[in-house]
Design a binder for this molecule. Structure first.
Ligand code: PMV
Length: 329
């Protein structure tokens, strides 16, 4: 994939959002997942700070220490920046919505800092962004940071499946490695709906770990895995109905896992008449749904979500992931 070019400061990094189509939670345990990047964006601008004795975040010196991601990247990461930086972030992605807001901050900021030194290989960027996000969150798989770095649609999972390999993320603390493959985009418009209930990934992942210790845990994980593989194959064939059916089955598995929420149920119920399939996306217990509308029903699906009190976005995977561009000095 195209590397990011050498870009001295001041510069701007732009990242898409993401939605997990198949395999959330199970991907943490080595099962495959399929992830869409989304054309809703976070923009990060970095200038060298003139004067002052600390980095500035949103114009406030010291505020970066209260943001776990900035703390990780500016304070502890593998190459903390020399000199003080002025970091400004604007985002269309609601925080804690399951739509990739943290990956869309971590990946472009990491890219900006790296691109000051030379061209940045996307596999390296995905690996470093994953490690920073995981260190800040304490848990997690590389799916979010990989999807926003790659753009388009990707499959992330154990090595060995056919397809165009983009890169591999090495194992961390006994989890992984994860091979990342490109999945061709069939060109559909999707609809996501945020419940307005912030999800808490760390807490939900820990609850799921306990749930998976019950007797049906291994069977549940295997079902997630075979569904992600069947869903990926359906996507490659451009078979909308089959993708929709796999989404519905994935949703039912997430409910069995215990990550449903009454607000998710409301949005799912409201959008269902307009879709080939709909599911919880991301950690769940709040957060968002992802729907695949029937052709021509994209607006009706978005309206149904809005009428049920959700924040709806009509989205497509942008072909390009994170990019960095110079700003005028
Ligand atoms: O809701 P999100 O965007 O934090 O997605 C979490 C996805 C999980 O599979 C539950 C955890 C992970 O890091 O893969």
């Amino acid at each position: 994939m195209n590397p990011l070019p050498l870009t001295p400061l001041p510069s701007r990094g732009i990242s898409p959002g993401k939605a997990i189509l198949f395999g959330e939670h199970a991907v943490v345990y080595g099962e495959p997942a399929v992830v869409l990047s989304l054309d809703i964006y976070t923009t990060v601008e970095v200038h060298e700070a003139t004067g002052g004795t600390d980095h500035r975040f949103q114009g406030d010196s010291g505020a970066w220490r209260r943001n776990p991601y900035l703390q990780e990247i500016l304070g502890k990461g593998s190459s903390p920046p020399a000199g003080h930086l002025d970091v400004r972030v604007r985002s269309q992605i609601p925080p804690a919505s399951g739509l990739g807001s943290s990956a869309a901050l971590v990946a472009p900021l990491t890219a900006i800092l790296r691109a000051r030194e030379g061209p940045v290989d996307r596999g390296t960027l995905a690996r470093e962004s994953f490690l920073a996000e995981r260190a800040a969150q304490g848990v997690g798989s590389p799916v979010d940071t990989t999807a926003v770095t790659a753009g388009g649609i990707v499959a992330v999972g154990p090595p060995g499946r056919e397809g165009e390999d983009l890169w591999t993320i090495p194992a961390v603390e006994g989890k992984g490695p994860w091979t990342v493959r490109r999945v061709p985009d069939p060109g559909w418009t999707w609809v996501v709906g945020y419940t307005g209930v912030p999800k808490q990934t760390g807490r939900t992942v820990n609850r799921v770990r306990q749930r998976l210790q019950e007797t049906d845990g291994p069977e549940l994980l295997a079902a997630f895995g075979s569904l992600a593989r069947a869903g990926e194959d359906a996507l490659r064939r451009g078979d909308r109905d089959a993708v929709g059916q796999c989404m519905e089955r994935n949703h039912a598995l997430l409910v069995r896992l215990g990550v449903g929420h009454p607000r998710l149920d409301q949005l799912v119920g409201a959008v269902r008449p307009h879709v080939a399939g709909v599911k919880i996306t991301g950690a769940g217990s709040g957060g968002s749904i992802l729907a695949l509308p029937r052709p021509g029903s994209e607006l009706a699906a978005a309206r149904a979500i809005a009428r049920a009190g959700g924040l709806a976005f009509r989205v497509r995977p942008p072909p390009q992931g994170v990019r960095v561009e110079p700003l005028p000095r």
